[in-house]
Design a protein around this ligand. Structure first.
Ligand SMILES: *[C@@H]1O[C@H](CO)[C@@H](O)[C@H](O)[C@H]1NC(C)=O
Ligand SMILES: *[C@@H]1O[C@H](CO)[C@@H](O)[C@H](O)[C@H]1NC(C)=O
Ligand SMILES: *[C@@H]1O[C@H](CO)[C@@H](O)[C@H](O)[C@H]1NC(C)=O
Length: 193
């Protein structure tokens, strides 16, 4: 192929999507655009367009850029997912073949670093003296007040349970009993005076 033929071919295939039939130095080239669902992104002598890739939602992907007759679909990772099968590329904004939802942390743990489109969530156990029922954040155990007793100690997943002191049946003493006691005290005070 002469340099001139090569240049002509390159111009043709740049302008048009695809060469209709292979060219010979004297036949010239005829180009046709790629039909829907196919594309050609490089000038060449090929006479068939490539089929467009699709972005599988089941693999955590969506189409960031739709296919055109001169460029393939560009898939990206759906929010809340990270890429498990990146397409190696010197490009920083690499493409992805498959992604997975960010993991949740177990109860008793908290999120150390939130997942990104490239990395999964990282978790760490709650620090001593704190708990996390959902596995998101850790909260310090409640300290029971002076007129309460600790009914149940806190652990990694549950808070401390506090109860009323003496008797521990706060709210269960019937009102008449309270009134009676107060009357008794009143009587004692009156008698004392
Ligand atoms: C891609 O095409 C679909 C349907 O034709 C459209 O709903 C969507 O918005 C397009 N996406 C982009 C990124 O242009
Ligand atoms: C929970 O933790 C996340 C970081 O892991 C933080 O952004 C968020 O503000 C916290 N929420 C509460 C209610 O503390
Ligand atoms: C933490 O305490 C809760 C309620 O008090 C209990 O149900 C749970 O089994 C405890 N978890 C551990 C790991 O001890």
């Amino acid at each position: 192929m002469s340099v001139w033929t090569w240049i002509t071919l390159r111009i043709w295939t740049t302008i048009c999507s695809v060469v209709k039939r292979d060219c010979t130095p004297h036949s010239g080239t005829r180009c046709v655009p790629c039909v829907d669902g196919t594309y050609m992104n490089q000038p060449n002598g090929l006479n068939k367009c490539f089929p467009c890739s699709s972005c599988d939602q089941g693999r955590g992907l969506f189409a960031k850029q739709n296919c055109t007759s001169t460029s393939d679909t560009v898939c990206d990772v759906i929010a809340g997912h990270f890429c498990t099968d990146p397409i190696e590329d010197e490009d920083e904004d690499e493409e992805c073949r498959s992604a997975r939802r960010h993991s949740d942390c177990e109860p008793g743990h908290r999120v150390k670093e939130r997942g990104t489109r490239r990395t999964d969530t990282t978790c760490e156990p709650c620090p001593a003296g704190s708990f996390s029922p959902e596995g998101v954040n850790c909260s310090l155990w409640t300290t029971c007040s002076e007129n309460q007793v600790e009914v149940k100690g806190g652990n990694l997943t549950s808070d401390t349970v506090c109860g009323a002191a003496s008797g521990g049946r706060h709210g269960l003493i019937p009102v008449p009993v309270v009134v009676l006691i107060m009357v008794e005290i009143g009587t004692l005070v009156v008698l004392w005076i």
